[in-house]
Design a protein around this ligand. Structure first.
Ligand code: MTE
Ligand code: MO
Length: 411
């Protein structure tokens, strides 16, 4: 029998290995590659597919420093867990440590607690029970490039998301060790990266105290069975299953229990959506819109094996497959329509890796000769289905409209 740690492929020795320091070096070579076109209209369409970013396979380059790298969509067709070397990367600020010694790097638990504590990754591994969970990490602005009218911000296609198996400890246990005092309201998280100017607000995000202690929120050191890389937050990052990844703080350095609501810039002013979850929708120019912090994810599904505009054989069995996720609950069903949503065909769901994971789906169908539009819709375990109309908000957040691909069938 292998023990848990070996199964995850991450021993304490591995995470403390000296090789890690070298792996934190930033890319020095210029980023070169082929020009590709994103599947949306207008500015920001032309991109470079880079192949020489350290530790990564081919990635769509948005920006070098701080890095913004998008997963090429074809990756999602290959497996249910997104490989680390093609997992999207997003950092807000350029001042990211390029030297972290895991023997001395500590995450501090402070604020409204009985006792301030500090843990190395090794301390967490020794002291608390290990947990492993499959969960989708999705940027709030995933698919922003498709917003109409266009909005500012990184013009992501659909590749600012990924699914991984995260391994770590429950945040609840770490908070309990410090002893949360009565009257705690929120818990604020901060990473070791910093803005390049002293007066810019560093990224700090907060969760309600009950959420932080729900037993699902984790502090992770491994992703898909290997220790986190620098890009994904070595040595420790927060995992907030079912929530957008703006909360998934990387290089986690501070966990601060607050006895009042967080009034910092990133909670008060940034990452806010119109107060009508799950739609997060308004009309451009609408006034008097009430905004609230972005929170739980909503269901999405995609065809992964057929490109928009693909030519297929008429009258022959056509295998259609893709991925889906339920957002803040599991995938209940994935349906496909070829008649503009008048009727829906149930698809076959693949293995269930847990409610926060991608789930594969597939369907065999025959199409008569002609032009077709294939739509795919996920309904989650809470009964929430993807909408037929795309939402709009000024941040370009939370897109989850039913996706479609056009196909040309001929014999
Ligand atoms: N420390 C730190 N953590 C962070 C961020 C950051 O800028 N700094 N960005 C957040 C945002 S907005 C996203 S989308 C995810 C991206 O996670 P990934 O790079 O591992 O894919 O990290 C989150 N955690
Ligand atoms: Mo993000």
């Amino acid at each position: 029998m292998t023990n848990d740690k070996e199964r995850a492929g991450v021993s304490r020795r591995a995470i403390l290995g000296t090789g890690m320091l070298a792996a934190l070096a930033w890319p020095r070579r210029s980023m070169a590659g082929d020009t590709i076109r994103m599947p949306f209209e207008g500015g920001g369409r032309e991109r470079t597919m880079i192949t020489n970013y350290p530790g990564k396979g081919p990635m769509i380059l948005q920006r070098t420093r701080p890095p913004l790298l998008e997963t090429p969509f074809s990756v999602f067709d290959k497996q249910v867990f997104t490989p680390v070397d093609q997992f999207f990367v997003r950092w807000h600020w350029g001042d990211i440590p390029d030297q972290i010694d895991p023997a001395t790097f500590r995450v501090r638990v402070c604020g409204h607690v009985g006792q301030t504590l500090a843990f190395t990754a090794d301390d967490l591994m020794r002291r608390f029970k290990h947990v492993e969970l499959a969960a989708v990490n999705q940027c709030v602005g995933n698919s922003r490039g498709f917003f109409e009218p266009r909005v500012t911000g990184a013009q992501w296609g659909n590749g600012a998301m990924g699914n991984a198996l995260w391994r770590g400890v429950q945040l609840r246990h770490v908070l309990d060790a410090a002893g949360v005092k009565p009257g705690a309201v929120q818990v604020q998280f901060e990473g070791a990266d910093r803005p390049p100017f002293a007066d810019a607000p560093n990224l700090r995000k907060s969760l309600a105290i009950d959420h932080a202690r729900d037993g699902e929120v984790m502090i992770a050191w491994a992703m898909n069975g290997r220790q986190l890389t620098r890009d994904h937050g070595f040595p420790l990052r927060l995992i907030v299953p079912g929530w957008y990844s703006t909360y998934w703080i990387k290089m986690l350095q501070s966990i601060c229990v607050l006895d009042h609501a967080d009034t910092g810039f990133w909670t008060r002013s940034a990452y806010r959506i119109p107060d009508n979850w799950p739609r997060a929708a308004m009309r451009p120019g609408d006034r008097n819109v009430q905004f609230v912090p972005i929170s739980r994810m909503v269901p999405r599904s995609f065809v992964t094996n057929l490109d928009d505009g693909a030519h297929v054989q008429a009258g022959e069995a056509l295998q259609v497959r893709g991925i889906a996720f339920g957002g803040d609950s599991g995938v209940k069903r994935v349906d496909v329509s070829t008649d503009d949503g008048a009727t829906w065909m149930p698809t076959r769901l693949g293995a269930d890796h847990g409610k926060y994971s991608f789930r594969r789906w597939s369907l065999r169908l025959r199409l008569p000769a002609g032009a077709h539009t294939l739509q795919v819709r996920c309904t989650n375990a809470a009964g929430l289905a993807q909408p037929a109309q795309a939402n709009w908000n000024p941040g370009g957040f939370m897109r989850n409209v039913i996706e479609s691909v056009s196909l040309q069938a001929s014999s």
